[in-house]
Design a protein around this ligand. Structure first.
Ligand code: COA
Length: 179
């Protein structure tokens, strides 16, 4: 499949999602070690859910923007990153996941860096924010390496299987160019 690359990085790039990506997303997101740290940790996703998500929300630029993360060498889809939703006051909530086979290669850090640049320089958003469960140290690291700061904590806010009710940290990053 010929793919449109929106942001090109050294190891991974961000591409427009396509229906053909559904089976890969279905495999990646149903891995318990991946979905345990997402917003609905107990949810099981069907292949139909993935096709519907790609059809309905993936490229609706006014409300959300979501990209497939592609490995440059193999062109394999290794994850998803998006701003979902794009909110009032020029804010956006960022979310992402990477296939477990590819953890620890810097792909999450690189993908987040690219979407920050896209959000601030192309979309002209003022601010990005997200929430991370306390046990999710890898994601906190990825956010901090990209300049996000922890600005709050919601105590025992979310049930995370294997960890019980976990604190949830709020992270934010301001776009310094926008006043
Ligand atoms: C979070 C996630 C996207 C990170 O992706 P990744 O491609 O492995 O991230 P990177 O390789 O760019 O960086 C991971 C960093 O976390 C560190 N890390 C990973 N596990 C860690 C742990 N248990 N303790 C401390 N640091 C850890 C790595 O050492 C690395 O930091 P470094 O570069 O300073 O060494 C991936 O783990 C994932 O998809 N998790 C499940 C879904 C998820 O949590 N999504 C985010 C919800 S907020």
């Amino acid at each position: 499949m010929e793919r449109a690359i929106i942001c090109k990085g050294d190891s991974v790039s961000l591409s427009i999602l396509a229906r053909e990506d559904a089976p890969a997303l279905y495999r990646i997101i149903n891995d318990p070690e991946v979905h345990v740290f997402l917003s609905s940790p107990s949810r099981i996703y069907s292949l139909v859910d993935e096709y519907e998500w790609i059809d309905n929300t993936a490229n609706v630029f006014n409300r959300s923007v979501n990209f497939a993360i592609l490995e440059n060498g193999t062109k394999e889809v290794v994850g998803v990153i998006g701003i979902n939703p794009i909110e009032e006051n020029n804010r956006g909530h960022v979310g992402y996941y990477i296939s477990k086979d590819h953890w620890g290669k810097g792909y999450g850090t690189s993908a987040l860096g690219m979407i920050i640049k896209f959000a601030f320089e192309t979309m002209n958003l003022r601010k990005l924010h997200t929430c991370v469960y306390k046990p999710n140290v890898a994601s906190q690291r990825v956010l901090e390496k990209n300049g996000f700061t922890r600005c709050g904590v919601m105590k025992e806010n979310h049930f995370v299987p294997g960890y019980g009710y976990a604190d949830e940290f709020i992270y934010e990053l301001m776009n310094d160019r926008v006043k």
